[in-house]
Design a protein around this ligand. Structure first.
Ligand SMILES: Cc1ncc(COP(=O)(O)O)c(C=O)c1O
Length: 392
């Protein structure tokens, strides 16, 4: 069980707002803040290179920390500056050509979808949509019908950005592997919220971010490339860290996931990200998942009872992302009125998951995403504030 008072004491931001935006960018805990500020201060004292050398072992250990968190080996982990950077680097390295197919689901994230459209233009590969089932999660029947030896990649969003859904991963992986397709899991919203282990889920590739449920700094991301497929994925553009320059006309591409990294990065942010992962692991991801689930259920039950409030969540299994609209008020108006009442949450626009939101006739939804450091009394305050919104 998580010590709620200790979690609050570690979260300075929680004192000034009811914080319901961990799906956007969560509140950093003190140990992460101290790590980032401490390293920046050290850089100012001795210069960035020496400061980095002093933390070389901690930076190296970061790969093991993430490997433990994600059920991977340290050589299967790489760090980037965002989930999208991770996703782009991975997808761009998948060998694709005319006649090849990439499958996506109806809740594909906007950045991924646009990248795939461009990739299809460039490579001649075709993107095919796998329909959702009646609950809104990816339809396994539709997936099986779409799979053939032409499919080289299945892109699966674990938890979409704005529909409260958790997609089934293991079943998708098993079906995709039967035809030899790779599975790329967008775990941007799930790592730090749920146990996400590539060894159990069987995914080949994974992308994630630091700033959301892991409570790390902005500008941080990570990826996993399973050892068995690392060779197949050659990034198009590499630097002398991904591929050391060994003689005038030759480079030697790294044989691990770090072929997806660049030499330069924000060391303070990286250290903060590693600290955030250690912090989450010390609390226990299972314990975090329980706390998030209890809060999301409380919100869904409470919102369902409010007249004129419509829950917009999909799926059989629900995540910590609770989405809704209020009759007679635009999502932006709801967000602004709640912000004036001391509540922080965000609006997720239709363009974030264009296919799904268009099909449901939604231009945007209000998104409330409570982490374990939010109290149930605060959730009650939030529900009362939604109930009291002035309607036209
Ligand atoms: C499901 C999903 N995938 C990918 C992303 C992109 O993450 P980033 O902004 O770190 O690139 C987001 C961001 O909200 C997301 O919700």
């Amino acid at each position: 069980m998580i010590d709620f008072d200790a979690a609050r004491a570690d979260t300075p931001g929680a004192a000034s707002t009811v914080f319901l935006d961990s799906a956007g960018a969560s509140l950093l805990p003190n140990p992460v803040l101290d790590e980032v500020f401490g390293h920046l201060r050290r850089e100012a004292e001795v210069g960035g290179y020496r400061a980095q050398e002093e933390r070389a072992e901690d930076l190296r250990q970061g790969y093991s920390t993430f490997a433990r968190l994600l059920g991977a080996q340290p050589n299967e982990v790489a760090f980037t500056d965002s989930a999208t950077r991770s996703w782009l680097s991975l997808v761009d390295a998948v060998p694709l050509g005319t006649g090849d197919e990439v499958l996506i689901s109806e809740v594909e994230y906007g950045a991924n979808a646009v990248a795939l459209l461009r990739l299809a233009e460039r490579t001649g590969a075709t993107i095919r949509l796998v329909a959702s089932d009646e609950t809104g999660q990816l339809s396994l029947d539709a997936l099986r019908a779409a799979l053939s030896e032409r499919v080289k990649l299945v892109s699966l969003v674990h938890m979409p950005t704005n529909s409260g859904l958790v997609n089934p991963v293991r079943e998708v992986v098993d079906a995709a592997h039967e035809v030899g397709a790779l599975v790329l899991l967008d775990a941007c919203q799930s790592v730090g919220q749920l146990p996400v282990r590539v060894d159990e889920l069987g995914v080949d590739l994974l992308s994630g971010t630091g700033r959301k449920w892991l409570r790390g700094p902005r500008g941080t991301g990570f990826l996993v490339v399973r050892e068995a497929v690392a060779d197949q994925l050659v990034p198009r553009l590499i630097d002398h860290s991904a591929a050391p320059w060994v003689s005038r006309d030759r480079y030697q591409l790294r044989d691990d996931a770090r072929r997806h990294e660049l030499w330069e990065y924000g060391v303070a942010e990286r250290l903060g990200l590693i600290r955030a992962a250690e912090y989450a692991a010390a609390l226990g991801i299972e314990a975090i998942a329980k706390e998030v689930d209890a809060r999301a259920r409380f919100l869904r039950d409470g919102l369902a009872e409010l007249p004129g409030v419509r829950l917009r969540d999909l799926g059989r299994q629900h995540s910590g992302i609770v989405t809704f609209t209020v009759d007679g008020l635009g999502p932006d108006q709801v967000r602004d009125a709640l912000r004036a009442a001391g509540i922080t949450l965000t609006v997720s626009p239709g363009t974030s998951t264009l296919i799904d939101m268009t099909a449901r006739g939604l231009s945007a939804v209000v998104r409330a995403s409570p982490h374990y450091f939010v109290g149930f009394d605060e959730l009650t305050t939030f529900l009362a504030a939604v109930g009291a919104l002035p309607r036209s």
